[in-house]
Design a protein around this ligand. Structure first.
Ligand SMILES: C[S@@+](CC[C@H](N)C(=O)[O-])C[C@H]1O[C@@H](n2cnc3c(N)ncnc32)[C@H](O)[C@@H]1O
Length: 284
């Protein structure tokens, strides 16, 4: 293994000008607002990326970004910057609300027979798979009703992980045993520390790369959108722009779900709040 010396770290120390360049690039391309407090984090993450790809400094990285018209270098930088923390049944009250309120409302009051759901910043798959499991359980009461689930993220790395659907066993340790047995396959021998989401769940989810700053192409409108724990990275003008784009892909009376530490309070939007973090689209 190559020796890393103290010089390697000095080498990647980020100056004001380089940080400013990255702040502007990441804001322009992904809407992510890297405040000055994130300088250290950016230095660590981009430093790691440059070391891995043997890029010898910020100047070389920026030259590469300019000349790489495939967009792969930009994708790599956005990947390194984005924070992908997530877990199964995160903010579990949303899943209770989904099965006990949203599904009955859409099926009984709006005669839905195929419920279209979008997990709009799905990270490594824990959120869409939690939605899929909740829907499979909830729809047992409604024979003849199905759902489709589209899951997107800007980061290709997390999408690859999501498509594989393999997680450390401890990620599901607090899930009821019945759900663990029904929806996950435990690894054996040297894989005993891993679990795999079963194909019966995996095949219900379509994963694709999508940048929320851009309009979503050729998708039928949705009945439910989960857009959780991503708005925190955006400033208000960006939030407003993203909510406008998302709402243009939602049916009338569709639900929009935000993370518990997020709020649409400071922006214009077409939704009616039904309870904190849960909204209904009144246009459409
Ligand atoms: C903290 S995770 C949230 C995952 C999940 N929604 C949850 O609540 O657990 C935020 C995700 O947003 C994604 N993200 C950040 N900016 C984005 C953008 N402009 N478009 C799409 N996804 C983005 C990141 O790649 C990351 O996977």
């Amino acid at each position: 293994m190559a020796q890393v010396s103290i010089n390697d770290f000095q080498h990647y120390e980020i100056g004001e000008k380089d940080f400013h360049y990255l702040q502007q690039l990441v804001y322009r391309e992904a809407g992510i607002n890297l405040t000055d407090a994130k300088k250290c984090l950016v230095q660590t993450r981009i430093g790691k990326l440059m070391r891995r790809h043997q890029i010898d400094g910020y100047k070389s990285l920026f030259t590469l970004l300019d000349s790489d018209h495939s967009g792969k270098t930009l994708e790599m930088v956005l990947d390194a910057i984005s924070t992908n923390h997530t877990f199964f049944f995160r903010e579990d009250s949303h899943f209770t609300y989904l099965s006990q309120t949203i599904v009955p409302d859409l099926v009984r009051n709006h005669q839905k027979r195929n419920i279209r759901i979008w997990s709009a910043a799905s990270s490594s798959g824990e959120e869409p798979y939690s939605i899929a499991i909740t829907m499979m359980e909830a729809l047992k009461t409604y024979p003849g009703v199905s759902f489709s689930l589209y899951a997107s993220d800007i980061s290709v790395t997390v999408l690859d992980k999501a498509k594989k659907g393999i997680y450390p066993l401890e990620e599901i340790q607090y899930m009821p045993d019945t759900l663990q047995k029904k929806y996950f396959q435990k690894g054996k021998d040297q894989f005993a520390h891993l679990v795999k989401i079963k194909n019966s769940v995996k095949e219900l989810v379509t994963f694709a790369r999508h940048n929320l700053l851009e309009p979503l192409q050729s998708q039928e409108d949705f009945d439910i959108v989960f857009c959780r724990n991503v708005m925190i990275y955006f400033d208000n003008p960006t939030k407003e722009r993203i909510v406008a784009l998302i709402s243009s892909k939602m049916k009338k009376n569709a639900y929009f779900i935000n993370g518990h530490s997020e709020s649409l309070g400071a922006i214009k939007h077409p939704f009616k709040m039904v309870q904190p973090t849960i909204y209904i689209n009144s246009n459409g």
